[in-house]
Write a protein that binds this ligand. Structure first.
Ligand code: SF4
Ligand code: SF3
Length: 530
């Protein structure tokens, strides 16, 4: 196998051999490559004719891309089924090709080995496109679940897949498509923001407890808010409490979700701690998206998956969304006998969330006055994924060391490194503002653009610095969105992606000033100049 799509890739170079660091086995990696190659074949079959694109062909492309994201689907049977659906769609799209006596080969599936063995700059740019659209597909999938679609976003998947399969594309052909991934992802995140806020209302600042109350409960993790809504409906009045985990935390801030009194609080920290935190948990855990780690024997009997997530042997809740098996498991396990506090990694008992664009912009006047009066010297966006590498305590230390006259905006699961810290307030505004999930990078962008407009400058001229952490492919598409917007001097860690060749990295450094993180002390000094 060969896979280097995520930050924890072996030796910062690539996972090879029998299994990846994430636990993905060789045969699953081969199936995921085959699925990706067949999606390229399906995209090729459109031959640039958008009339051949259908809702079902797009759905399988979105699902197929999402299924290959890190920590989403380890289930070969589910991947085989997706492959069958791709063939079925291709058969519907170009039936004559299946009956042709002398096939020309132009719609053939793509052999991903060609990509992994390509010239390193071509491989790097094609990887940026592929990993980027895997992230975009995850967001498009969530929007589609809520009934929202965008033709520009959906059509782009075909263009990007075709580009990955083009053997004669050079750097000058691929580079514009890399940046287009960022442009399209901005549209996609805007669509998901609209879908979430129109369905669940605008997030409101909300304090979330880190204590699990006695009695039966269910832990729900991942990014899919609609699954949480349906779980809340099905558990209403049953004496079962619901606790969010990981990227589900911002759900507490949405009016249409927080109105359920049995949505009680948040359990645990970021994804990489799940094998420790779920061990012996007297409750079932429902995974709606990444990040799923191979479940340990101590809790494997209580893991449930739904939507695109899959793991062999784990029970999967299908399209009927009947959560009865999860509910029965919660009642059978019974929960804790008394209230149990699970403090955050810095010992905090509660965390705040819900500072998305609507809330922050409603106090824009106060924020602008505070900047003009010198009460706020600088903004930091410290956001992105969490992960297992030891160097990630950089982000805790960085936030702890930010001066009292600065504001820290955060988003995605990297926030668990510091979201239980009490950083105090400036003029009634908390110094630490959780904007939401990774896709709420859209909110962060809107806030930055509004501030830039208020100050009559560009985003790069604002007293704002971005200190990002990455792990999986959603972070790749968000980074490309920030580059598409021309945002410069982003600090990125804990390590740079293995799929950036030296020439591509050189380009990003020269054009956008991307820099690896160093130490909190040095980076703060470089940013604040003191
Ligand atoms: Fe390795 Fe990451 Fe690929 Fe898993 S997803 S096989 S850890 S590079
Ligand atoms: Fe986290 Fe997996 Fe990326 Fe949505 S849940 S940010 S790592």
């Amino acid at each position: 196998m060969f896979c280097f799509q995520c930050e924890q890739t072996a030796k910062c170079g690539g996972c090879t051999g029998a299994a990846g660091v994430c636990g993905k086995k060789e045969d699953t990696a081969a199936l995921q490559d085959k699925l990706t190659g067949s999606l390229i074949g399906l995209a090729r079959a459109t031959d640039g004719n958008e009339h051949l694109i259908s809702a079902s062909s797009t759905a399988v492309i979105v699902e197929g891309l999402f299924a290959t994201l890190t920590n989403v689907n380890f289930d070969n049977a589910a991947l085989e089924k997706l492959l069958e659906r791709v063939v079925e769609e291709k058969r519907k799209m170009v039936p004559d090709c299946f009956a042709c006596a002398s096939p020309c080969g132009k719609n053939n599936d793509y052999d991903m080995q060609k990509l992994w063995a390509a010239d390193e700059d071509i491989r790097s740019l094609k990887s940026l496109i592929l990993f980027g659209i895997r992230g975009v597909a995850a967001y498009a999938y969530h929007a589609a679940v809520l009934g929202f679609h965008d033709k520009t976003v959906e059509d782009f998947f075909y263009k990007a897949l075709i580009a990955i399969g083009m053997d004669d594309y050079g750097m000058e052909d691929l580079l514009p498509i890399v940046l287009e991934v960022g442009e399209v992802n901005l549209k996609c995140m805007a669509m998901l923001d609209k879908a979430n806020t129109e369905t669940f209302g605008h997030p409101q600042p909300t304090e979330v407890s880190l204590t699990v109350e006695k009695g039966p409960f269910i832990v729900i993790t991942g990014h899919d808010l609609y699954d949480l809504k349906r779980l809340l409906e099905q558990t209403e009045g049953k004496g079962i409490n619901i606790y969010t985990h990981g990227e589900m935390l911002p759900a507490h801030a949405y009016p249409e979700l927080k109105k359920y009194p049995h949505l009680k609080g948040n359990f645990g920290t970021a994804w990489q701690n799940q094998q420790k935190e779920f061990a012996e948990l007297p409750a079932p855990i429902l995974f709606t998206t990444n990040c799923l780690m191979p479940p340990k024997g101590s809790y494997a009997d209580r893991v449930f998956t739904t939507e695109v997530v899959g793991y062999p042997g784990m029970r999967h809740i299908g399209e009927d969304k009947d959560f009865t098996p999860v509910i029965e498991k919660a009642l059978e396990l019974g929960g804790f006998g008394e209230n149990k506090a699970f403090p955050g990694i810095n010992g905090g008992k509660t965390v705040m969330t819900g500072f998305a664009r609507n809330t922050v912009m409603s106090v824009a006047g106060t924020v602008i006055d505070a900047v003009k009066a010198g009460a706020i010297r600088h903004f930091f966006l410290v956001g992105g994924c969490d992960g297992a590498r030891p160097g990630r305590n950089y982000y805790t230390e960085f936030v702890k060391q930010t001066p009292a006259d600065t504001v820290v905006l955060t988003l995605a699961c990297g926030k668990y490194r510091f979201n239980d810290l009490d950083l105090g307030a400036i003029g009634g505004l908390p110094r630490l503002l959780d904007i939401g999930q990774c896709n709420d990078a859209y909110s962060a962008i809107q806030i930055a653009v509004a501030l830039a407009e208020a100050f009559g400058c560009g985003v790069n001229e604002l007293p704002l610095s971005m200190v990002l952490s990455w792990y999986e492919q959603k972070a790749v598409c968000i980074l490309l969105t920030l580059l598409h917007l021309g945002i410069k001097n982003i600090r990125l860690g804990p390590t740079l992606p293995a799929f950036l060749s030296s020439n591509v990295l050189h380009f990003l450094v020269e054009k956008y000033g991307i820099a690896p993180i160093t130490t909190p002390e040095e980076d703060l000094k470089a940013i604040l100049g003191a």
